[in-house]
Design a protein around this ligand. Structure first.
Ligand code: AMP
Ligand code: MG
Length: 325
């Protein structure tokens, strides 16, 4: 059920979480599917509903740095990043503290834990009211597009009676940056809105683990964030009948501009950002892919996205989505 995220609705949702039920809620990145991270039965429901492999650990969402430090061991790098960049779209992987109360299945039995304080006011209020850390992956079936609007959650995650707190479209539109702080130097396991440009001035050199390698070797990528319709990346033309996802100047396809509207004569065409703005593109990425996925076109041609700034995270998701089934 889609429920407007008013303060009383958030209270009710928090109570449901305390009873061991799941609640979907908005964050600034994508919609999350939350459970009380200290309740193994509740956490198990997340894996079951998403059909998520049990060995894929969940991010634990907390309300304060103090709460985070009760769950994980923070070295000086973690402390610096937490105080500078939280709340925000950054997940830190740190060694787990013994007896931290987090259910073992939430971390897939690892001795490390992924922690984040989300910036979205609804997420913050929900974690506060629940009074417990929330294990929360994206609110979609495992491997499919992440939800950036409440309707996506309701449409793709069929669960009777699931509370979906509705807070409009998410602003960032891409999952959080995942930074592994258990190594020196730290490594970005998943690129996101917070990039090397923000991290390195704070903690020194940071390696890219996935993102760059991913682009170099698309054949070895694990399929994830995927549409049902095959993607054709770095398209320099649009074939007859194809859907098209553009970025910036789309003059090469023979029309002056593609806006956010259905094209009259062709299959569905969309432009992530006619102005060529990577932030706008990230915000629109999953919703537009979702629309094009439903257009019935045999393939979706995707124009090249520059490999800089947020473009690194966008290309990471696109290249994983393009891995054949
Ligand atoms: P999702 O919940 O789908 O947004 O994905 C969370 C990401 O964080 C996945 O790529 C996980 O593999 C990663 N992750 C979560 N916990 C850990 C951990 N303890 N160690 C390494 N990666 C983790
Ligand atoms: Mg996910």
């Amino acid at each position: 059920m889609l429920i407007q995220a008013t303060p009383p609705a958030i209270q009710d949702a928090a109570q449901a979480l305390r009873r061991g039920e799941l609640v979907a809620f908005p964050t600034e990145t994508v919609y999350g599917l939350g459970a009380d991270a200290c309740n193994g039965m509740a956490v198990a429901k997340i894996y079951a509903l998403k059909n998520r492999p049990l060995h894929n650990p969940l991010i634990i969402h907390v309300a304060s740095v103090e709460d985070a430090e009760k769950i994980g061991q923070f070295d000086s790098r973690a402390q610096t990043l937490a105080s500078s960049l939280w709340p925000g779209p950054l997940t830190l992987i740190v060694p787990k503290r013994n007896g931290n109360g987090i259910a073992a299945n939430a971390t897939a039995g690892l001795d490390t834990v992924a922690l984040r304080i989300p910036a979205h006011p609804v997420a913050a209020a929900l974690i506060q009211s629940a009074g417990t850390p929330l294990a929360a992956p994206s609110a979609n079936p495992s491997g499919t597009l992440s939800p950036t609007r409440p309707e996506h959650v309701a449409r793709h995650l069929a669960a009777q009676g699931l509370i979906v707190l509705s807070g409009g479209a998410t602003t960032i539109g891409l999952e959080s940056t995942v930074l592994d702080l258990t190594t020196h130097p730290a490594r970005i396991l998943r690129p996101g809105a917070i990039g090397l440009d923000e991290l390195e001035p704070l903690i020194g050199p940071v390696q890219m683990a996935d993102g760059t390698e991913a682009i170099k070797a698309p054949g070895q990528l694990k399929r994830h964030y995927a549409t049902r319709t095959p993607l054709r990346l770095n398209a320099v033309d649009v074939k007859h009948g194809e859907a098209f996802l553009g970025f910036g100047n789309v003059g090469f396809i023979g029309v002056e501009s593609v806006g956010f509207v259905r094209d009259m004569d062709h299959h569905l065409w969309r432009n992530l950002s006619p102005e060529g703005d990577l932030h706008a593109a990230a915000t629109h990425l999953y919703a537009m892919l979702d629309e094009l996925d439903q257009s019935g076109a045999p393939t979706i041609a995707v124009q090249a996205i520059p490999m800089q700034g947020l473009g690194i995270a966008i290309n990471d998701r696109l290249s994983r989505a393009a891995v054949p089934k």
